[in-house]
Design a protein around this ligand. Structure first.
Ligand SMILES: NC(=O)c1ccc[n+]([C@@H]2O[C@H](COP(=O)([O-])OP(=O)(O)OC[C@H]3O[C@@H](n4cnc5c(N)ncnc54)[C@H](OP(=O)(O)O)[C@@H]3O)[C@@H](O)[C@H]2O)c1
Length: 243
């Protein structure tokens, strides 16, 4: 028996990194998985990699019209993993309105309207997982707009956990530390090795996380194993924050 047998799960940004690893894990546990991403070719490749009847829907999570199209094709959801997101480096001195808007559109607007538009489709007792970041805890030099956007997500999740509790819907924030994904490498494609080395400095376990390790925690939050958790933050960070 799989932990998600008979369940339908949507993973936004399910074509790469953490989202792809989670989509594969959910499918391996018996879920019918729907994934999204902006790039059609990457989406097609991910659907083939996941197998098990996975469905891909191209779209931008920060575009409400794309979200309407996505949810029009979904009847009912047991698991929503709002994972699509990312950011770029920029100090306070470098911050422009465009830089700020890009981080907040991608992470905050995308997550808010993904969860809002999913509401009519969420089954009672569904699990909603939003994606935070350890950068939201404490300062994050050169990554302020991204860190602030992830702090906003964590705040929204607490509010939504209260609003949706009467329906038995749980809302939790998954908080990855630095995890070796194409998205992380893309922050400094010229010198990824130095970036990765620098990002492990504050990780007690002395290494980056693997997407599969974050996916294991996503499965825990998606499944009945976490049935008494809502409004929680689950850190998967090798001890970056708590040690
Ligand atoms: N890796 C880390 O160290 C780390 C740490 C903490 C938190 N996180 C968070 O974890 C999540 C996944 O990150 P990752 O490292 O796995 O990144 P990734 O490898 O870049 O994957 C991101 C996924 O999201 C999709 N995506 C990005 N923006 C989107 C949008 N606006 N609409 C729809 N899909 C979108 C990407 O596909 P397309 O580009 O084709 O759209 C891709 O499928 C993000 O929210 C990130 O902020 C990551």
């Amino acid at each position: 028996m799989g932990q998600l047998d008979g369940k339908t799960a949507l993973v936004t940004g399910g074509t790469s990194g953490i989202g792809l690893a989670a989509a594969k894990r959910f499918a391996a546990e018996g879920a019918t998985v729907i994934i999204t991403g902006r790039r059609q070719e990457t989406l097609d490749a991910a659907v083939a990699e996941i197998g098990a009847g996975a469905v891909g829907v191209q779209g931008d999570a920060s575009d409400p019209a794309d979200l309407d199209r996505l949810f029009a094709g979904i009847t009912s959801l047991d698991v929503l993993f709002a994972n699509a997101g990312g950011g770029e480096f920029g100090t306070l001195a470098d911050t422009t309105p465009e830089h700020l808007a890009s981080s907040f559109d991608r992470n905050v607007k995308g997550t808010v309207f993904t969860v809002q538009k999913a509401l009519p489709k969420l089954a009672d007792n569904a699990s909603v997982i939003v994606t935070g970041s350890t950068s939201a805890t404490g300062g994050s030099p050169s990554f302020g707009a991204y860190a602030a956007s992830k702090a906003a997500i964590r705040s929204f999740a607490s509010t939504w956990a209260g609003e949706l509790a009467p329906r038995g819907i749980r809302v939790n924030t998954l908080v990855p530390g630095p995890t070796e994904t194409p998205g992380l490498a893309g922050l400094d494609p010229e010198d990824t090795a130095s970036l990765f080395k620098q990002l492990t400095v504050n990780v007690s376990l002395g290494r980056l996380g693997r997407p599969e390790e974050v996916a294991n925690a996503a499965l825990f939050l998606a499944s009945a194993q976490s049935s008494f958790m809502t409004g929680s933050e689950l850190y998967v960070d090798g001890g970056e924050v708590g040690v």
